[in-house]
Design a binder for this molecule. Sequence first.
Ligand code: NAD
Ligand code: WQD
Length: 335
Amino acid sequence: MILVTGGAGFIGSHTCAALSEQGLPYVVLDNFCNSKPSVLERLARITGQRLTLIEGDVRDGALVSRVLREHGITAVIHFAGLKAVGESVADPLKYYDTNVAGTVTLLSAMRAAGVRTMVFSSSATVYGDPVGSPIREDAALQPTNPYGHSKLMAEQLMADLDRSEPGQWRLARLRYFNPVGAHASGLIGEDPQDVPNNLMPYVAQVAAGTRKELSVFGGDYATADGTGVRDYIHVSDLAEGHVAALRYLQDHAGLLTVNLGTGEPVSVLQMVKAFERASGVPVPYRIVDRRPGDVAAYWADPDTAARLLGWKTSRNVDQMCADVWRWQNGEARRL
Ligand code: NAD
Ligand code: WQD
């Protein structure tokens, strides 16, 4: 039985769908600080299965220990965390409490319960402003904000734990690039609670007429069209990457570190054009000043995942946009 912490969230819910698709049983622990219980009802419609949900906080060691014991957990996929860079700058303690202390509490409870397999949500943000792309896993780790520091600290504690008990742990640190998209059913997707920080949900809301126009943060970067370049990965590809990592850990003890990306650089304006093709509606935009803290360009070298996990992405930018558009319209109908 797999424990999915943060399983009601954007990536967690899509990973639950992938687990169900591959016949792997799981339970969800979530405190709903950035998601809604209704996601799990829609997930049940997708999977055709009743879900076991425990509402609670990953920082509650007694609760986590009880869940591990009562549900016979054998492995954990740990999504529960906070992810807003700007908020982490304003309130770093909140990020260290959840992303670091929460991970310590979880791993301590796992060790006490004899559960020693965990897949962890890390982020390409640990690379900070990379020297160049594509980025390999052995690139310099130089995060530039408390959120990135919290992810690197959690990675470091996993490495120290593995070293302290050689061969006893099976730990995967998955560094996601830019997850976008939505489940093909249109029933689950990215559901920001207020004004979207990220590009894709904002573009979708402009296309839907909820927002007037997209502000393109910077048109003078040293990129092909002057706008920021990223490695956008479909959330369903990302979800399948987690199942592949879990299967790898079943056969390999130790510490695994893998980039999860497409290896394909895409600019803001390329994404805007792709969304217009997918939706059939214009996405008005205005090029404004750069956003502080943004880097010009980064994308993954996806070779480690291909070699070790036998996994690579299969959904392109057009499908990412088409799936988001279906979700956006479906979401609008439900409001
Ligand atoms: P999300 O906010 O949609 O999902 C996180 C889930 O965890 C939410 O359902 C939230 O309610 C829950 N949660 C948060 N704190 C909790 C706690 N203390 N106890 C229990 N549940 C808690 O975010 P997401 O986009 O699905 O990201 C999932 C993970 O992946 C996060 O750790 C994030 O840092 C990481 N990540 C996300 C991105 C991205 O761009 N979305 C990129 C790289 C890494
Ligand atoms: C993408 C591109 C912007 C919004 C963030 C976090 C990172 C990770 C993924 C958690 C950039 C441009 C954006 C807009 C724009 N999250 N943009 N107008 O900043 O690459 O990564 O999400 O781990 O930690 O930092 O993603 O979607 O915000 O930006 O022009 O309204 O789109 O400048 O070039 P980012 P993003």
